[in-house]
Write a protein that binds this ligand. Sequence first.
Ligand code: SAM
Length: 269
Amino acid sequence: MIDYESVLIKHRFKYKKSLGQNFIFDDDILDEIAAAGGADGKTVVEIGAGAGTLSRAIAKRCKRLCSFEIDETLFPILGETLSEFDNVQLFSNDVTELGIETVDMLIGEEYIVIANLPYYITTPLIFLFLRSENCKAITCLVQKEVADRICAENGGDFGALSAAVRAVAEPETVRVIKSWEFTPQPDVDSALVRIVKRDGAVFSDELYSFFKICFAQKRKTLVNNLTTAGVEKQKVLDALSALGYSPTARAEELGAQNLKALGETLKMV
Ligand code: SAM
């Protein structure tokens, strides 16, 4: 067992709130995350290696771990905590800057994502990996309210992120993890979410843009949001009516599959 906090002190590590650094040290929780993510025998991508705590739990189970970390002050620490593994590759790139095609090329094979995500870029990261052809599942720790949005089927919590996830995957909350399990302790609890993509489902750039338009102003009707984006009003009204919705329907009422169908009828996805 590694005393991570001593290693961090030895290297005079300072937590950076701006990078969403809230680490987990409890080996039981870490192993539970790796197992829930389905790491066994797989190629796994981790965003944010931190001190290598979750990386170790994953590396013990997986075939190959590709872990991204942008804080280079963590690299000497990771050199220590991950020294016994020969199946781990560390990358210092920011995947949101690389883009998903480059990430997929770097990994070069099918993979799953398992991560305790930096909270400030949770949503862009999930959108990014939904658009990957090689990423088959995403299991991640996110703030509890983000987990609620990811798993919503319709209604108040349902937004562009929920629609995107449901369009290509089945999401579920595995468990809540209380804020005191993190160091430093954040203000809110987190939840472990598992998003498993349906076979062959692809989240296209067009669908991404369409959902963004539908939810551009959440309180406004779909007709409003779509006409603001330049779509002819009568076309939207006809498409909504064909799907059995009123002219005043909002995006959150339709759910992912009907929204996708609306985009198809309007020839926007
Ligand atoms: N995996 C570790 C754990 O569970 O204890 C650390 C998780 S911590 C919530 C998130 C980590 O992501 C931090 O180490 C932070 O430096 C890193 N990070 C932040 N932005 C990043 C980015 N754009 N790409 C890769 N890593 C990033």
